[in-house]
Design a binder for this molecule. Sequence first.
Ligand code: IMP
Ligand code: MG
Length: 430
Amino acid sequence: MPSVVVLGTQWGDEGKGKIVHLLGKQADYIVRYQGGPNAGHTVVFDGKKFVLHLIPAGILIPKKICVIANGVVVDPLSIHEEIKLLEQRDIKVKGRLFISELAHLIFPYHKILDAAKEDAGGKSTKIGTTRKGIGPTYADKVERVGIRLIDYLEPDTFSRLLEQNLSLKAHIIEKYSSIDKLRAEILEQAEYLRPFLQPFACDTSKLLNEALHKKKKVMFESAQGTLLDIDFGTYPYVTSSNPIAGSVGAGCGVGPSKIGSVLGIAKAYTTRVGEGPMPTELKDAVGEQLRATGQEFGATTGRPRRCGWFDAPVVRRSIMVNGIKDLVLTKIDVLANVDPIKICVAYKYKGKLLKDFPNSRAAIMECEPVYETVPGFGAISSELRNFKDLPSNAKKYVLRLEKILGLKFTLVSLGKSRDETISTSKKSIW
Ligand code: IMP
Ligand code: MG
């Protein structure tokens, strides 16, 4: 089947950007199916760094077609800025990027509502969101008051829906901004954003189904990791959409019979940004070392990421809920000179051993990781291209993770650029 879903198995920032940039070479279409400008995918090549928020990393590969599907929430201002930035750096976007007419749009009032909720009640309502308006936009979609790209492109429909939204939300918005000022700002922006976005808008479900019918290769990329999934993540400390593979169907208008394989990306240790439980978090010098060596700072918000040991129950849950058949291990080089290394293999809660990631909020908050300790290894040269040339303890670490997870890694990544990767399997991902 010529389609593959590439997704993160932890709390995001597993290195999806690099892997899509590497494997996307074989794809014809690269598609984002959920999330919004909360995502930050960093891609480094030819010594240049690109951070993408809404546009799939495939845009950096010449001639690939990129799609922002209906499951994504699009901020007209930030997509405009992202396209302009790419064009300034000589990346052709027009004619290669298609945005679903059915994608819901983020407006300044969504960001006001996002921040208002974050700041309202101290710890109890704080999720540590990116404040990009993601939650309130998905809430509007489900509430059936959302504004889609197709609505934005029809001025009369848009003005009517904007009025409806401003009056529905006035009681909160008024505390932060004047409604008249906000309306004027949104309408003024729409005057230039509408003609700018028009050429990118289309029926992306039709586009993708026709491509699949012609046996084109389609790669679907998630924006966030599985543990941030609204259903299977650490609720309520999650994002407001479903990064899991099953969400490709609803997020793109592509039937489940068209989805081929699922590739999970796992980082050699764990990170998370924002609030919420993280059983293997390290608040010590090792955590600091991982953050500094791995440059673990949010690509969207610049916040330091919380770092910790590899958490196998987290990745096992991801393998299960996504139906992952192939895994990629990233950033193993960052573990160099950490000695010993610990792997969380299960948790202990109220005297009981939990092998699976728990659903209970109390259990997730209070469980203690059960660790297996393995010896560390020294620096890994990013020049290495054969698994056998890795330091012996690094090889043992990889093999031990495979055993604990019950799945093999097809790629092991040891650096930022796409060539700094070891291929450990001849099997095609397609
Ligand atoms: P929101 O998606 O902005 O509503 O934020 C909800 C939670 O998801 C917060 O903990 C964010 O830090 C986290 N989050 C959202 N997008 C990303 C991402 O791309 N990488 C890592 N964490 C993210
Ligand atoms: Mg990221």
